[in-house]
Design a protein around this ligand. Structure first.
Ligand SMILES: O=C(O)c1ccccc1NCC(=O)[C@H](O)[C@H](O)COP(=O)(O)O
Length: 357
């Protein structure tokens, strides 16, 4: 297996190494597999059980890409798996037996058939934050939000109680069709409080808006969105490597990163943005992040275009010291260039519904 992995790597390919029990997982880790697939199907009996992922996922070392494979049919299955910090899923039977494959993919990925321009392409994901009532949550969900955020940060005016959040989660889940991921926002609170709130409300993810460490994020019982605050003084390209390093620390550990404006003493919801050249520069390196801070109906379209356009233009015009590597025109170089010109996935986080009225 080691030899196969090395050969694949030398050909610039990645291997998905599949396991079904503890012993196979141990071997996969020992030989240095970076992408580990947990097969929920027992290949002797062909029965599937997502409990296999739930049992093995905590044994996968941090930093590996974890794929849960087989036996995945519904969005609830995905919700369950997201609590095991799965990075990706492999779906077969649910798609080949679906009468409308496109509709099934949309259902599983939580996209809406008639989604907005922003979410319709599947490239931009939208998070609506600071929701405080089931009615507002349902408006956001029906408008196509991908994530709905509820604030649990002490002393913030949009803070809601866990019981109120639980009702909001239930109301959204009762809606027909795919539902957004329900996210709880916290800042420098105890792990016990975060995990208890996740369990109590049935949250899909948490957004950590304080100075939480990578180790802290690893101990949270569900998917994590980590906010990385960007000082107003940051400029591209000078400050981008430093920012990219901070982002990578969390992203490499499986967090989705949100970039938001740094305002000392306030963890979010400031209504202020940062220099978008910095976000564009980070995006063109292939970073997958949510962009937050000062987004309004008046500026959001322009910001999306600006960040994407700047990101793409720079790939072509400027040599990027970060991407120094194989000599120009080598096969590896050409492959990298192709990869980098793929459109970037960029998410946007916006404040509660009042700004959208
Ligand atoms: O929004 C809040 O009230 C809030 C309180 C405490 C910590 C974080 C908070 N919000 C985080 C978000 O995701 C906001 O949407 C993000 O900071 C952007 O806010 P804004 O600039 O006001 O659009």
């Amino acid at each position: 297996m080691k030899e196969l992995l090395e050969t694949a790597q030398s050909l610039w390919m990645q291997c998905l190494v599949e396991v079904h029990d503890e012993a196979e997982l141990e071997t996969a880790v020992e030989v240095g597999a970076e992408i580990i697939g947990i097969n929920n199907r027992d290949l002797h009996t062909f029965t599937t059980d997502l409990a296999v992922t739930q049992r093995l996922a905590p044994l996968v070392p941090r930093g590996k890409v974890l794929v849960s494979e087989s036996g995945i049919f519904t969005r609830d299955d995905l919700r369950l798996l997201s609590r095991s910090r799965v990075n990706a899923v492999l779906v077969g039977e649910a798609l080949v037996t679906a009468p409308d494959v496109g509709a099934k993919v949309r259902e599983l990925t939580g996209q809406r058939q008639t989604g907005s321009v922003l979410s319709g392409s599947g490239m931009i994901r939208v998070k609506i934050c600071g929701i405080g009532t089931p009615e507002d949550a349902c408006v956001a969900a029906e408008a196509g939000a991908d994530f709905i955020g509820m604030v649990f940060v002490p002393e913030r005016h949009r803070r809601i109680a866990p019981d109120a959040a639980k009702e909001i989660v239930a109301a959204v889940r009762e809606l027909d069709g795919p539902s957004p991921q329900m996210v709880g926002l916290f800042a420098d609170q105890s792990l016990e409080e975060v995990n208890d709130t996740v369990a109590h409300c049935g949250l899909d993810a948490v957004q950590l808006c304080g100075k939480e460490s990578v180790e802290y994020t690893a101990a949270v019982d569900c998917q994590v969105i980590k906010v990385v605050h960007v000082p107003a003084s940051y400029r591209a390209p000078d400050d981008v490597p430093q920012l990219a390093e901070r982002v990578a620390q969390y992203a490499d550990d499986g967090c989705l990163v949100t970039l938001d404006r740094l305002v000392e003493g306030i963890q979010g919801g400031t209504g202020q943005s940062f220099n978008l050249d910095v976000a564009a520069s980070l995006a063109h390196r292939g970073g997958d992040f949510l962009l937050a801070g000062g987004l309004t109906p008046a500026n959001v379209g322009r910001i999306i275009s600006a960040v994407r356009a700047l990101g793409c233009r720079r790939i072509q015009r400027h040599r990027d010291p970060w991407q120094e590597g194989p000599p120009q025109n080598s096969a590896v170089h050409q492959q990298r260039q192709r990869y980098r010109r793929r459109p970037h996935r960029l998410g946007l986080a916006a404040r509660g519904k009042s700004e959208y009225n």
